[in-house]
Design a protein around this ligand. Structure first.
Ligand SMILES: Nc1ncnc2c1ncn2[C@@H]1O[C@H](COP(=O)(O)OP(=O)(O)OP(=O)(O)O)[C@@H](O)[C@H]1O
Ligand SMILES: [Mg+2]
Length: 254
């Protein structure tokens, strides 16, 4: 490992001292697409191993918040701090954030065309630090193992979602960001992915799940955070949102 890489993984002393006690923490995030002010002062914490359901209506800023955390550069983070396991993610670019354990599984899944299932997984392991072995990923998703030689983009929607999650596990993962993992999938496939995410949950991977299917996300999650117009309007236990029809009607329309 180069000296520069080592240095980047160790934030300056004062930043270590200032890092919050939570495993993952966002502090007052403000992010813009050009002049468009979208993420407007979002703050929240997640404990290690917890799953947070990030909810809100269309256009509330859920995807933008995930993209801000993954340091994609669009939207651009102009103010605020992001801490993961005492690392200052806010001062990193996307590849550094990825090397420090942040994995974004975007809505469109980004399976690489022209590569087989196995090559998609191998590509994820091309740089250190790697996570699960490919065989272990096939144990979790036997369907991927059966189709290891098939071109990734020819998989069904559900299988592509498994491959996208598998690719995240192939890296040394500390925070999994799932953007609408059930999007476009038939109910029977949603059940299958739900089962998989339950297994991922048992592994204790700290996760943020964004879902239009709020009930499904809340059933999986420990905590719930609701966004509206780029601001946090509710934070609490996932079970409380499931139990509270008023909150669901006001912010989620479910
Ligand atoms: N690349 C972009 N350039 C400018 N504005 C954008 C861009 N992407 C998203 N926006 C705007 O930012 C706001 C939040 O969008 P975002 O995609 O984060 O919402 P969302 O909560 O994920 O919605 P959905 O549930 O529909 O996926 C919207 O008003 C959207 O139009
Ligand atoms: Mg979105």
């Amino acid at each position: 490992m180069s000296q520069a890489a080592t240095h980047e993984q160790i934030p300056p002393r004062d930043k270590v001292a200032a890092s919050p006690p939570a495993f993952f923490s966002c502090r007052n995030l403000h992010a813009y697409y050009g002049e468009s002010y979208i993420v407007q002062g979002v703050s929240f914490d997640i404990r290690e191993g917890q799953i947070l359901a990030l909810l809100g209506r269309n256009g509330a800023g859920k995807t933008s918040t995930l993209r801000t955390i993954a340091r994609t550069g669009s939207p651009e983070l102009k103010q605020g701090e992001i801490w993961l396991d005492h690392k200052a993610i806010h001062s990193m670019r996307s590849h550094e954030a990825a090397c420090n354990g942040i994995a974004l599984v975007p809505e469109d899944r980004r399976i690489i065309p022209g590569l087989t299932v196995e090559e998609n997984l191998q590509l994820a392991q091309i740089a250190e630090p790697v996570g699960w072995s490919i065989e272990r990923i096939y144990d979790l998703f036997p369907r991927l193992g059966e189709r290891r030689a098939q071109e990734g983009i020819t998989l069904s929607g559900g299988e592509q979602q498994m491959l996208a999650i598998g690719r995240a596990l192939a890296r040394d993962l500390k925070l999994l960001l799932l953007d609408e993992p059930y999007e476009g999938l038939a109910p029977v496939i949603v059940q299958e992915i739900e089962k998989t995410l339950q297994e991922v949950r048992e592994l204790g991977i700290t996760t943020i799940i964004v879902e239009q299917n709020a009930i499904a996300a809340l059933k999986l999650a420990d905590r719930a955070l609701i966004l509206d117009m780029g601001e946090v309007v509710y934070e609490g236990a996932a079970q409380d949102v499931l139990d509270n029809k008023d909150i669901r009607e006001e912010y989620l329309a479910v």
